[in-house]
Design a protein around this ligand. Structure first.
Ligand SMILES: *Cc1c(COP(=O)(O)O)cnc(C)c1O
Length: 438
């Protein structure tokens, strides 16, 4: 047995690179029954090793029932479905705040399900990017997800500003892959007289680094700037405490770790201290209007005093039905349990990668995701030191669905709802055979 004490931080007792160990871990897994609640795609007639829950989560088997139910309601009730049925569409979004608030760590009135991620980011930047003559800059991470970069650039242009002057990026030091918290905090301090906004991913999509959102928020606010996060890779993946961290705003999508379907409905968080301020700046639409008098259809906007006050349109029920199905599975499994299993699964994957490097006698895979358990979620980003694309393509032919990021990174994300220790083991075996003696 190939046991290693150096990875005690992964909660695994004597991990080893053999099938028996992996199967034993699966046997002890109290969440194992949830895998059967998802459709696992087949490759060459066999269930694949699906490691791209960070990109598109798998379909819960219950999703079709929830969607079909709403199609039937539409067929049977037509417009009456808005108000006159058991679960009327009019209040369908009320199913979400309670469940989502547990996942992102906030109060139910601080969260709303609406639109999609980049749309919500634009809406929130309208509210929270308030440049003045002297304080107009936005501080963000280098290599932010492209859509976020474009959103920030166009918001600067919209205010008549030059994005190159507005946007300050903090990057990793030379030969490092994650950004040191001290460097982020120092950059905020250094620019405190000119900062209007600090905006980061909760987790960087490329490296998998979890940022210290509490510390960043505190520093941003001390500099007199608003602070927001894109939680695309964080929601449903790591512990979040948006309310307690005092974050001003955040947005995320539901189709990654939250398994709610391609292009599924997004969500936004707006801290309690703004939601009751009906005059707080925003773009408005009728669905953000006070519910008791919305249908009087009167002039003059009266905001709902919760995050719902940011809604524009009556929402897409079919997307919300899929989201509801997925969150019910999440809720039933329990977020604490999911997080505990996630740490073990990812820890096992890291252990295996270490073994592969050892067996090769050199570093064939360089993990660029932070090793500290607090600074990573499910995702491991592997910088491939040789034949990266070839390894990736062969993994795929062997039923491992991972993803490729130029120039040389393979990302894998073993997720706790439907991945197994055996998945991780088999992936390791295949990777080892592709890298050994090459
Ligand atoms: C996935 C992802 C997006 C995608 O945005 P959509 O508007 O949902 O297409 C945006 N930002 C980040 C950080 C992401 O990871």
């Amino acid at each position: 047995m190939n046991s290693l004490n150096s990875i005690n931080s992964t909660n695994l007792i004597n991990p080893s690179l053999d099938l028996e160990f992996a199967r034993d871990m699966d046997k002890k897994d109290t969440l194992k029954k949830y895998r059967d609640q998802f459709y696992i795609p087949l490759v060459n007639g066999k269930q694949c090793i699906y490691f791209t829950g960070n990109s598109l989560g798998l379909q819960p088997k219950s999703a079709q029932d929830y969607a079909i139910k709403e199609l039937e309601n539409w067929a049977n009730f037509g417009v009456e479905g808005h108000f006159h049925m058991k679960e009327p569409w009019y209040s369908y979004h009320d199913f979400f705040p309670e469940k989502l608030s547990k996942i992102v760590g906030c109060k139910p009135q601080e969260v709303v399900v609406m639109n999609t991620l980049t749309v919500n980011l634009h809406l929130l930047l309208v509210s929270f990017y308030r440049p003045t003559k002297t304080k107009y800059k936005i501080l963000c991470e280098a290599k932010a997800f492209p859509s976020d970069q474009y959103a920030m650039q166009s918001q600067a242009e919209l205010r008549g500003l030059d994005p190159d002057d507005v946007i300050i990026e903090v990057k990793p030091r030379a030969n490092e892959y994650s950004i040191r918290t001290e460097d982020i905090l120092n950059a905020i301090k250094e620019h405190e007289n000119e900062l209007a906004l600090v905006f980061f991913g909760g987790i960087n999509y490329y490296s998998g680094q979890v940022f210290d959102m509490g510390a960043i928020t505190e520093a941003a606010q001390a500099a007199g700037a608003y602070c927001g996060f894109d939680l695309a890779h964080a929601a449903g993946n790591v512990r979040l405490k948006l309310h307690d961290w005092n974050v001003d705003f955040a947005c995320w999508c539901s189709y990654k770790y939250l398994n709610s379907g391609p292009g599924g409905i997004g969500a936004a968080f707006i801290h309690e201290r703004y939601v009751a301020d009906k005059k707080f700046r925003r773009l408005t639409g009728w669905w953000g209007y006070d519910k008791s008098t919305r249908f009087k259809m009167e002039k003059g906007f009266k905001a709902i005093p919760t995050a719902e006050g940011w809604q524009l349109s009556n929402p897409p029920i079919l997307e919300m039905a899929l989201h509801r199905a997925a969150l019910n599975v999440f809720d039933e499994a329990g977020f604490d349990e999911l997080l505990a299993k996630s740490k073990k699964l990812t820890g096992y994957a890291l252990f295996i990668l270490e073994q592969i490097n050892k067996a090769s006698g050199k570093e064939v895979v360089k993990v660029i995701t932070p090793s500290d358990e607090e600074e990573r979620g499910c995702q491991i980003s592997m910088l491939m030191m040789q034949n990266g694309k070839e390894v990736f393509d062969t993994l795929k032919q062997n039923g491992v669905i991972a993803d490729w990021r130029e120039p040389n990174v393979i990302r894998i994300a073993p997720t706790p709802l439907y991945n197994t220790f055996e998945d991780v083991y088999l992936f390791g075996k295949i990777l080892q055979s592709l890298t050994l003696n090459k």
